[in-house]
Design a protein around this ligand. Structure first.
Ligand code: BTN
Length: 255
């Protein structure tokens, strides 16, 4: 069981995670934060030991064993601009990568837009969702799934999965991982408002396919090109036969 005291003692944030909600089981931490009007405090975290409808990007499922991993969402209500949300989407994966490197000295890579990989295998995924009022963003739910102590994975995956335990060869403290991620995320959050370029540069240093020939699959369409750069909004700049194309979504893989 998750030990809230062990988590709290290492939490070093001003507001991220200071309002902490723990659940045994919920449909999805993202859906709960977005749909339930009870949650109104910026930086609120909901962590659930199990999700009955854990959601991944592109309407995929996010499956995670009960009490072995971390599945949680961060509520952001700060009049964020869509561009800042985009940067935070990349920034959240950077916070997870930095945390795994700091705590376990494991080398991580980032796969655009926000998958965290260890040795080419996916250890964490991020799903950012929002609700709006008029033309303003009302609530942003930044959902993070981290495979922490899950020993094995069954099913079909588009990227092979792994966990920190599998790579570190030891059971690790979920409480310590969560506090580290939130500590790093709060720094990233401040940067997203003041110095987003720093996030983009740090993200690029860990990027897995930057500079390489890749393909992007989105629904029925596949685009081929060279992953040239990410722009100031965090979108991918893909050099194709037609010139530079700006990519907003898609699954990236090497050709
Ligand atoms: C992906 O890689 O496809 C994104 C996975 C995001 C999973 C997390 S787990 C907590 C939060 N609640 C959800 O339903 N999804 C996100």
């Amino acid at each position: 069981m998750f030990n809230i005291e062990d988590f709290d003692i290492k939490l070093d944030t001003e507001f991220i995670g200071r309002n902490f909600i723990y659940c045994e089981e919920i449909d999805s931490t993202n859906s709960t934060l977005l749909n339930d009007n009870y949650y109104k405090k910026n930086g609120t975290i909901i962590l659930s030991e199990f999700q009955t409808n854990g959601k991944g990007r592109k309407r995929r499922e996010w499956l995670s064993n009960k009490e072995q991993n971390l599945t949680f969402s961060i509520l952001l209500i700060d009049d964020l601009k869509p561009r800042q949300v985009n940067i935070l989407n990349l920034g959240a994966s950077l916070a997870v990568a930095q945390s795994i490197e700091n705590l376990f000295q494991l080398k991580t890579n980032l796969k655009w837009p926000n998958d965290v990989l260890i040795d080419g295998k996916k250890v964490s995924g991020i799903l950012i969702e929002s609700s709006s009022k008029g033309d303003k963003l009302e609530k942003v739910a930044l959902g993070i799934g981290i495979n922490v102590n899950q020993p094995n994975f069954t099913g079909r995956f588009n990227i092979p999965p792994t966990s920190i335990k599998k790579e570190f060869k030891k059971e690790v403290s979920r409480e310590r991982v969560l506090s580290e991620v939130l500590n790093n995320f709060e720094v990233i959050y401040e940067l997203a408002l003041k110095d987003p370029k720093k996030i983009l540069n740090d993200w690029k240093l860990r990027s897995r396919f930057l500079g390489e020939s890749i393909k992007i699959e989105e629904g029925e369409s596949t685009l081929y090109g060279k992953f040239e750069d990410i722009d100031d909004d965090g979108f991918m700049m893909l050099r194709t036969e037609k010139g530079i194309e700006k990519i907003h979504f898609g699954d990236v893989s090497l050709v």
